[in-house]
Design a protein around this ligand. Structure first.
Ligand code: M6R
Length: 643
């Protein structure tokens, strides 16, 4: 029996306890999985409405085809949107159990034939799958040699056929699933149904998230919490190497070897309203507008103004390690990585600890040269499921490092696999472009930096944190003031809607925000945008500047204002249009450039939180004017669970 230290995060504190860990089969190496969505239901209600609504709730994850299987009715699949599928469902397509899927194509084009669910060639076993079966080709050949005929080009069908092959008459479905899974290499989250045992669903996980919802009227399977929120708050997160057997009356959790497990039932804290649009045209706009309350939630209970102290319950147990830390490595992908760059500056400035930031897809393949005893890895992830970030954490753990997470999705894999951490409390983020989570990540980094400062400096220095703590308490109000000016930001966006390229520049604390601003514009408006440290302009990028290539200049009146101002003059002298995000005197700013957005003044270390908001709105309004699918931009998925 294996035991390991297993950490449970909570709102404000963290507790450790020993729980039984069940070994994952040695050959089941966790590699990659895809960004599809799975839902399943078994119980006393008609499964179909939940399955379709569940797929809609998972649309944000990214997909290109969808399908549903309902006991007693069979399967319907469609290329394209869930709405295509929903429209194809005939009246009476109802039953007490079923499974459904949104597929993001990996093996085989996004066609109806390749969409899930897939079945074995007798049409008995039905399967939906997230992930990649790496040894699918050899299994396929072996099964074809026995006369089995394949209908699709997918690796998933191979698994369905393999389960069917093991599903002899006297064998229960869970045994056939378990036998098949012993043979496959790769990663999966699966839900399986059978026409022979319609009162049973199986779910199993290795490397691709899956949870079981426990409701009054049945049991739910889902890739994440969004589909189940309106049905139940009681959930079990399956861990790698675990399987669930669900019937209308009961559930049991077991290892893939079918040894029973006693899993904790957890309560989902996100509320349903938070995952809905609340009258906004897009989730992205709603999520930008939530900034003030997100900042309040991220800060709640964590600032001790009287004592100039920071309380991060999730890090209490690791304070000794934080006190001894000589080096910090921060990792993440996309916006989470840019939040890490802000974190680097905050920690170095406030706590004086050397920090290195690396994108997770690089870090995971690099050699760790630091001493693990005094180096800490901080992984940042909104979803808590990003494959590269997860693998970077696993590498750091192998190297013996303490790993911490800054994670938004409660109970996600990264939250569970890191040794300790801090939750963002930003609530569900549905829009593919990260907005409110990014603000909360920077805010958490400010808290972590202040905590490290407290642990690394003499108490007498504490007063110097006071101004930053005071300014942190004002962040929600400052954000509110910026959001009162959405019309003027929309007007600026309208003036630049036809741009083909854009350049974002900033220095020091504004340098990562230039990157984040450019990423937002690229993602949702498909405008080519580049980011540079303003000081780099003369080293090349200024050659791009002409009247059709606007520059977004991040230049609050901080310690480097004058320097960035000189860069602006240089751009202006070459006929470049400039959009300025600044603080202070409007009149002076207007002299400087034609399009000006003024944000409230604060400590320069916290200014990234404020300058980000207009950039999010700018990108949003450009994409809106271009009539683009803002919440689900082309080629992108919310949760990037492929390498
Ligand atoms: O869920 P994560 O924070 O780990 O996701 C990381 C990136 O995939 C994510 O930030 C991505 O870059 C967003 N689309 C940015 O808007």
């Amino acid at each position: 029996m294996m035991f390991r230290l297993y950490q449970v995060w909570s709102h404000f504190d963290v507790s450790y306890r020993y729980v039984q860990m069940h070994p994952v089969p040695a050959k089941a190496v966790i590699l990659l999985h895809t960004m599809c969505g799975i839902v399943g239901y078994i119980g006393s209600k008609n499964a179909t409405p939940f399955l379709i609504e569940g797929l809609r709730a998972l649309e944000y994850r990214g997909y290109d085809s969808a399908g549903i299987y309902v006991a007693g009715k069979g399967a319907i699949k469609r290329a394209g949107k869930v709405s295509n599928l929903a429209e194809s469902i005939p009246a009476g397509f109802a039953g007490p159990s079923g499974i459904a899927h949104t597929r993001w194509a990996t093996h085989g084009a996004p066609t109806e034939k390749n969409a899930h669910p897939h079945s074995d060639d007798t049409g008995t076993v039905w399967l939906v799958h997230n992930g990649i079966i790496e040894n699918y080709a050899e299994i396929r050949t072996r099964l074809q040699d026995t006369g089995i005929i394949f209908q699709s080009e997918t690796d998933t069908e191979v698994l369905a056929q393999l389960i069917g092959w093991y599903y002899a008459e006297n064998i229960p479905l869970e045994e056939a699933v378990s036998e098949a899974l012993k043979e496959v290499r790769g990663a999966y989250g699966i839900a399986v149904a059978s026409t022979r045992e319609p009162e049973k669903l199986i779910a199993a996980r290795l490397g691709s998230p899956l949870m079981i919802g426990i409701g009054d009227e049945g049991y739910y399977i889902a890739s994440d919490a969004t589909p189940v929120l309106s049905h139940t708050r009681q959930v079990i997160y399956l861990s790698d190497g675990e399987m669930a057997v669900l019937t209308p009356e009961a559930y049991s959790i077991m290892t893939l070897m079918r040894d029973p497990l006693d899993k904790e039932v957890e309560t989902l804290e996100w509320d349903l309203e938070a995952a809905q649009k609340k009258g906004y045209e897009h989730f992205m706009l709603k999520e930008i507008m939530e900034a003030p309350e997100v900042l309040e939630n991220t800060l709640r209970g964590r600032l001790d103004i009287e004592n100039n102290a920071i309380h991060l319950g999730g890090l209490r147990e690791v304070e000794d390690a934080l006190r001894n830390a000589k080096r910090i490595i921060i990792t993440g992908c996309g916006s989470a990585y840019y939040a890490g760059l802000v974190g680097e500056l905050l920690i170095e400035e406030l706590a004086g600890i050397p920090v290195e930031v690396e994108i997770a897809s690089e870090l995971r393949y690099r050699r760790f040269t630091t001493t693990p005893e005094d180096t800490i890895l901080i992984a940042v992830s909104q979803s808590g499921e990003t494959a590269d970030t997860l693998e970077a954490i696993r590498e750091a753990k192998k190297h013996g490092m303490l790993t911490l997470g800054i994670v938004n999705a409660v109970g996600s894999t990264i939250a569970r696999e890191t040794d300790a951490g801090v939750y963002n409390h930003a609530g569900p983020e549905i829009g593919v472009a990260s907005t409110k989570a990014f603000l909360s990540q920077m805010t958490v980094f400010a808290l972590v930096a202040l905590l490290l400062r407290e642990l690394h400096t003499e108490r007498s220095d504490a007063h110097s944190s006071a101004e930053i703590i005071r300014q942190l308490t004002r962040m929600p109000e400052y954000a509110r003031r910026i959001l009162e000016n959405t019309d003027s930001i929309a007007a600026i966006a309208a003036r630049h809607v036809d741009m083909r390229d854009a350049l974002y520049i900033g220095r020091k604390f504004q340098y990562p925000i230039a990157y984040e601003g450019a990423l937002k514009l690229k993602e949702i408006s498909y405008v080519h945008a580049e980011a540079y440290g303003a000081g780099e302009m003369k080293h090349g990028p200024i050659a791009l500047i002409d009247s059709s290539f606007p520059t977004v200049a991040l230049m609050p009146r901080d310690s480097l204002y004058e320097k960035t101002r000189s860069n602006i003059e240089e751009i202006r002298a070459r006929g470049g249009k400039i959009i300025t995000i600044t603080t202070g005197d409007t009149a002076d700013a207007e002299l400087l450039t034609e399009d000006v957005i003024i944000v409230p003044d604060t400590h320069e270390a916290l200014m990234p939180i404020l300058t980000t908001i207009p950039l999010q709105l700018f990108a949003y309004y450009v994409a809106l004017a271009r009539n683009l699918p803002i919440d689900m931009p082309r080629n992108l998925a919310k949760s990037v669970t492929v390498e």
